[in-house]
Write a protein of this length. Structure first.
Length: 72
């Protein structure tokens, strides 16, 4: 088994993402931005699925008799 391959991979990752502070900070911010979007989307989807029939958009449709006009 060649043990230089993991070291080479580690060196590549280090040189790409961690060696320069600006790239490291950019990677952290990009990762946080992507995680925030995915987490927000997943939680919103779960919440709306868990509370079907109790949310305002569902109640409003029932109160208006299925008429989905805006408030104006």
């Amino acid at each position: 088994m060649d043990e230089r391959a993991p070291q080479s991979l580690n060196a590549t990752i280090f040189n790409t993402f961690f060696k320069r502070n600006a790239v490291f900070v950019g990677t952290v911010f990009f990762g946080a931005f992507v995680f925030q979007g995915a987490f927000d989307s997943a939680v919103t989807s779960w919440y709306e699925n868990h509370n079907k029939g109790k949310l305002w958009k569902d109640v409003k449709a029932q109160l208006n008799g299925g008429d989905e006009d805006d408030d104006e």
